[in-house]
Write a protein that binds this ligand. Structure first.
Ligand code: BF8
Length: 700
């Protein structure tokens, strides 16, 4: 027992002085044979940790008690293997740094949204025992809401910039200024041209592409009228609702600029007025960001159809030259894949293996079947394999520490976007006008860098990747259903929803958090929903987690899937000549959440009801980024129950919490549902779905 006490002492010392993540803590206690009765005490110690402030057991400083932690959950042994490897090399990971972040230990004001940095009179931190108002008199409601609106604006700006890049590329292709891309999906271009532009007399593909590009860019720059993409994509009922609420946006630039202005010191000082601006930004995100980026990329690079691939860190092949494409905009990664294919076509002695991370990984998976290396939180681990010649990145979710890890190996991190550089990384500026040559240059750098690989440092985990099936665009879903009923493709889906073989549809989207065991919340929620016959579709880092766990694997036994849903999946698979479908449908990157709205709109129109009446919900159980916050706001605009696993730094304003989780339902029909425990979240979501079914008169 003395040894155990000593161990506890050293553990607490380590927590106090350095911080420790919970995974490491459980490992230490397991190795030492410490009983489960002792471990909760250590957990409590981690919660009080460096700050020594009392927090209840089961919570921690990193997440301020927002997350119900998994005790021993392992998504994928390849990831665990690489975490051990990185730690053995003394490499800090995203899981390690959070508990040591000073800001996290300063009490809960930051997490509650009550730290204001809007001017130099502060920073003001509200809450007992400090003042109830900031220096300027801003209340906790105003401070928390202003910050939330700024985060929504940040996420919206990210998607709008993504859309701008896609639209400008399409414009260049249409005018001939850009020659390294072409229009790949002419049918989709034609449909979008008709829908977004109306018939403006364009005859050729190029004329239609130019009209679509200009209309898209006009939506970004306008400061009056309603975005053309919103008028085309949103249902008439939603448009009427938003018009009545006064939240129809004008152009993206004007709205984001207005939001920044309203939230600066001394402008908008009313919670409800500020919050409605947040709802408006959600629409900008959806219709000036997500829909534009997703659809224009389909026109340029092709609309995804079912593809097979592999997923986990072991897709990094130590016998090959490995290039990781990481980020979000496939304008770059499409060309890198092309250049690698061209190189491999020369039958070199060591071919190139391109693998994808984050949403860029999802993009090239969906259209090209490129293997998935991992989610955002795994990017350091990928480099720590020591077998990556180049990690080429564009924008968003590229954590700056990748360069720090790369400096321990021969890996070259190559930044490419004029908006995004990382100190120490190689910058190779990428422009669509010279895309092919730049991609070729990047491949040349990778080939040259292979000579610098230190074989003694190579460690690729010896766990076979999962076999996965992805590529579920709307066109693919409708196409697969059409094999069941060619005359009325949506009928099999809607009939099975009505009959309760499919209880409802839940879109699980967004990031994977380092605040808990990797993927635990995604997996737990997905499992529970599948078991209750809920069709789960998803995007983003959920796609990586789902792939690594096996939710994207086509297994004719449909393990863990409710009998009704399994029978539907089986019938659709057989009609398509397939042995099985994956239990979950991976619909792409985060901008591809636009695809999910298209599906939901189609079901609502088929039933003649509003989206808000459907047994449909959204969930981002592990959300991290501002982009996830803006997408979530859009989902609430759409009328969806939107579950999030943790509060978005608003808990310091009970009035704002009430607005977001309750009152807003009376406006849009949607609301946020905050539940940190995925088991409870599954119950809450299914309850909500059942209530919607009852209201529609459907069996439950
Ligand atoms: O846009 S899910 S961590 S990679 S923000 Fe980022 Fe979140 Fe991953 Fe893609 Ni989406």
């Amino acid at each position: 027992m003395a040894d155990v006490k000593g161990l506890i002492g050293s553990v607490i010392d380590a927590i106090t002085n350095r911080g420790v993540n919970r995974r490491t803590l459980f490992k230490w206690t397991a190795v030492a044979g410490v009983s489960s009765a002792v471990t909760p005490r250590l957990l409590a110690a981690t919660t009080s940790g460096a700050s020594k402030s009392a927090k209840s057991p089961g919570t921690c400083n990193t997440c301020h008690g927002q997350v119900a932690h998994a005790v021993d959950f392992v998504l994928d042994p390849a990831t665990e293997d690489m975490i051990d490897r990185a730690h053995s090399l003394g490499i800090d990971l995203v899981w390690d740094r959070g508990p040591r972040c000073k800001y996290s230990h300063d009490g809960d004001a930051g997490a509650a949204g009550l730290c204001c940095f809007r001017c130099q009179m502060g920073p003001c931190t509200l809450g007992p025992p400090t003042a109830e108002r900031g220096t300027c008199g801003a209340t906790r409601d105003v401070i928390a809401t202003r910050d939330l609106v700024r985060r929504i604006a940040g996420g919206t700006a990210s998607h709008v910039e993504h859309a701008r890049a896609a639209a400008k590329t399409l414009k260049g292709v249409a005018t001939g200024a850009i020659r390294d891309y072409r229009i790949t999906d002419a049918a989709k271009l034609d449909a979008l041209y008709q829908g977004v532009c109306g018939d403006t007399g364009a005859a050729t593909l190029e004329e239609k592409a130019l009209a679509l590009a200009l209309a898209s860019l006009a939506d970004l720059s306008a400061d009056e009228g309603t975005p053309a993409w919103l008028r085309y994509k949103a249902s008439p009922e939603r448009q009427r609702t938003w018009a009545e609420l006064g939240i129809l946006p004008t152009g993206a630039g004007a709205e984001i600029c207005e939001a920044e202005h309203r939230t600066t010191m001394g402008v908008d000082g009313d919670l409800v007025h500020l919050a409605t601006d947040g709802l408006k930004l959600g629409l900008v995100d959806g219709y000036c960001g997500l829909h534009v980026a997703s659809n224009v990329q389909d026109v340029l690079f092709g609309t995804p159809m079912m593809v097979r691939a592999k997923a986990n860190l072991s897709v990094i092949d130590p016998t090959m030259i490995n290039v990781i494409v990481n980020g979000h905009e496939p304008i770059l990664s499409e060309q890198v894949v092309e250049a690698a294919n061209a190189y491999n076509g020369l039958f070199p002695s060591i071919p190139i293996n391109v693998v994808g991370m984050c949403c860029t990984g999802n993009e090239v998976l969906m259209r090209r079947g490129v293997n998935l290396a991992g989610a955002m939180v795994q990017q350091e681990l990928a480099i720590a394999t020591g077998a990556v010649e180049v990690m080429v990145v564009d924008v968003q979710c590229i954590i700056p520490n990748v360069q720090n890890v790369a400096s321990r190996f021969h890996t070259q991190v190559i930044t490419t976007n004029p908006q995004a550089k990382i100190t120490g990384a190689t910058h190779v500026e990428f422009r669509p006008e010279t895309a092919r040559a730049t991609a070729q240059h990047i491949i040349d750098l990778a080939v040259a860098n292979y000579a610098h690989r230190d074989r003694s440092k190579v460690h690729v985990p010896a766990y076979a990747p999962r076999e996965i099936v992805a590529g579920f665009s709307v066109e693919q879903i409708v196409g697969a259903l059409a094999k069941v009923n060619p005359a009325d493709p949506l009928k099999p889906l809607v009939d099975n929803i009505v009959a309760n073989n499919i209880r409802g549809i839940v879109a699980i989207v967004g990031c994977a958090t380092p605040r808990d065991a990797f993927g635990y919340q995604h997996v737990t929620l997905t499992k529970r929903l599948l078991a209750q016959n809920v069709l789960v579709v998803g995007t983003g880092c959920w796609g990586h987690v789902a792939a690594q766990y096996g939710f994207l694997t086509a297994d004719p036994r449909y393990p863990g899937v409710g009998a009704g849903l399994a029978a539907v999946l089986d019938a659709v698979a057989r009609a398509n000549g397939l042995e099985a479908l994956p239990p979950c449908w991976h619909m792409g990157s985060c901008v591809d959440n636009a695809r999910i709205e298209d599906v939901v709109n189609a079901v609502a129109a088929y039933l003649g009801v509003s989206i808000k009446q459907l047994p449909v919900a959204a969930s981002a159980p592990e959300f991290i980024t501002e982009k996830a916050v803006s997408i979530g706001t859009w989902a609430v605009d759409l009328g969806l129950l939107t579950h999030i696993g943790g509060q978005p730094y608003v808990s310091g304003s009970p009035a704002l919490v009430k607005l977001l989780t309750s009152d807003v339902e009376g406006l849009t029909g949607g609301r946020f549902y905050v539940e940190n425990d995925p088991e409870k979240a599954a119950v809450g979501i299914v309850d909500a779905i059942n209530r919607k079914r009852q209201a529609l008169g459907l069996v439950i």
